[in-house]
Write a new protein. Structure first.
Length: 210
């Protein structure tokens, strides 16, 4: 039997091992998804710390700060049937747009209904990778880099369309400032091109992010 392209060990925090340098972001997502349903994992906010994420009463979607990656952004817009200007106007937080940040409407997330994500198969990398679990340093860096490269690609895409003009410093929360700094840090990252060129996560190679 062949070795899996991606292996995930979670005895001492979640740890990803990439065994094949042809692995794609979709391969990682396929390997990661079962962690959401895994009842053996210690999840800080889950009922009894050992439950699947579905039906979680704390539900990180209530407070999530989601700036979607470009693949998810385009798919979500298509799902709503809106063009980009209308999608942004209706689904993103107005006062954050005014300061140049693409945060999806929160508290709770605009896509959350009856504690269930209504766009689960289309949700963004930030949503897919978040788990209230211990994650090893290298793996955290990998998922962080993928999520923020993707989110910065959205920022650049929307800026290029002339749909995100604001950049005021007024009224920024500490989270806003942190996320803005992250986007600035990733703005010239060469890996952005993978998100700009891709239609699917399977088009994005993992190797440049490792
Ligand atoms: S990751 Fe989110 S949904 Fe899953 S157990 Fe933690 S708080 Fe609940
Ligand atoms: S898009 Fe879905 S998974 Fe992400 S925060 Fe919103 S409801 Fe939760």
């Amino acid at each position: 039997m062949g070795v899996n392209k991606i292996e995930i060990n979670y005895d001492n925090g979640i740890e990803v091992r990439v065994n094949d340098n042809r692995a794609t972001l979709q391969d990682l997502l396929d390997a990661w998804q079962p962690l959401c349903d895994n009842e053996r994992l210690y999840k800080l906010y889950a009922q009894n710390q050992h439950r699947e994420c579905r039906g979680c009463t704390v539900n990180c979607c209530n407070t999530a700060y989601v700036i979607p990656d470009l693949i998810a952004f385009k798919k979500m817009a298509r799902f709503t049937g809106l063009d980009y200007p209308e999608f942004i106007a209706r689904y993103f937080q107005r006062d954050k747009l005014e300061v140049g940040l693409l945060r999806m409407q929160p508290d709770p997330c605009i896509f959350l209904q009856d504690k269930i994500c209504t766009i689960y198969p289309l949700r963004s990398l930030i949503c897919r990778f978040y788990l209230c679990c211990q994650i090893s340093g290298d793996t955290e860096q990998l998922v962080y880099s993928l999520s923020w490269t993707g989110a910065t690609a959205t920022q650049l895409f929307v800026e290029e369309l002339g749909l995100l003009a604001g950049s005021s410093e007024q009224g920024l929360s500490s989270f806003d400032m942190m996320f803005r700094k992250l986007i600035e840090d990733y703005r010239y990252n060469p890996n952005i091109k993978f998100f700009m060129q891709a239609g699917e996560y399977s088009d994005i190679p993992l190797a440049p992010f490792i």
